[in-house]
Design a protein around this ligand. Structure first.
Ligand SMILES: O=C(O)CCC(=O)C(=O)O
Ligand SMILES: [Fe+2]
Length: 281
């Protein structure tokens, strides 16, 4: 089954319906090309400093960087995009008080490697969390096409419908589809959807800019406080600071001893602290 794609002007509820049905959806040209070129201008030099490698799991021909939002102000637009926020609100909102950035970066696939083994974002919690078809969603992943993604250059391979599979079901090759999409588009998938990077058989690299969100009570995959320390985070938009984790989840997760710092959220959690006795304030 091919991956369904929608226009960026599609209603978020329609995008959500496809995402919930298939576990994956492509939003075509969500970011315009000029903006994506500006973002690429920030990340491409950083990727160029990295060695090509990644071992067996990444097919030996990968270059990557993390801490995506510390590489330039343009990049902040990605997680703050209204369509991105609407989807995250709908998918993760019911399962937490606040969701957070989980992992961020850019990943480049060069020619000559092999397909990455299919895996799930949720696998980072193995063996403590097993993917179960009816569990709530804990993770939502966005991969933006920094270059065009084609079948030949290693577009992400995904298995539509696999978010509803038992953990041990293996995908047959004919169940795998590729996220072929023009530059600036985004492929969005759920934490339980099987996926992996594809093989690049061309002589130009494929580049993706990615970030995921997780429910705010789960340990973040990338340590956001070290990736974007307070001094750097201060320069970012307030909503992005919150998404990085500079906010509490409800009253009891993420508090800091008596410090109502600039970077703790100014909204509900701090007000709630004033009403709660015995939590260090
Ligand atoms: O770059 C891609 O297409 C997917 C990468 C991926 O799934 C991973 O690195 O875990
Ligand atoms: Fe992955």
């Amino acid at each position: 089954m091919p991956i369904q794609s929608v226009e960026r002007t599609a209603a978020p509820d329609d995008i959500l319906a496809t995402l919930e049905r298939d576990g994956v959806v492509i939003i075509r040209e969500l970011i315009d090309r000029a903006t994506m070129q500006a973002m690429m201008g920030r990340v491409a030099p950083r990727l160029a400093e990295r060695k090509t490698g990644g071992g067996e799991f990444f097919g030996y021909r990968k270059r990557s960087i993390g801490a995506l939002f510390s590489h330039g102000p343009e990049l902040s637009q990605l997680p703050l995009n209204p369509v991105v926020q609407a989807l995250a609100d709908k998918v993760l909102g019911p399962n937490c008080n606040t969701y957070q950035l989980h992992a961020t970066g850019a990943i480049q696939v060069w020619g000559g490697g092999h397909n990455q083994p299919l895996h799930r974002e949720l696998d980072a919690y193995t063996p403590f969390i097993q993917p179960k078809p009816d569990d709530p969603e804990y993770i939502l992943f966005f991969m933006f096409a920094g270059s065009g993604f084609s079948a030949e250059n290693g577009a992400t391979r995904l298995v539509p419908g696999s978010h509803r599979w038992p953990a041990d079901r293996r995908a047959a090759e004919e169940e795998v589809a590729q996220a072929v999409m023009p530059q600036g588009s985004a492929v969005v998938w759920l934490g339980k959807t099987l996926h992996g990077l594809g093989t690049n058989t061309t002589d130009t690299p494929r580049t993706g800019l990615f970030f995921s969100f997780s429910v705010g009570w789960l340990r973040q995959e990338e340590n956001q406080y070290l990736a974007v320390p307070v001094e750097r985070a201060k320069a970012l938009p307030e909503r992005l600071q919150q998404l990085l984790g500079y906010q509490a989840h409800g009253t009891f997760l993420g508090w800091v001893d008596g410090r109502e710092s600039e970077l703790q959220t100014r909204e509900t959690p701090l007000e709630m602290f004033e009403d709660v006795e015995g939590v260090g304030y």
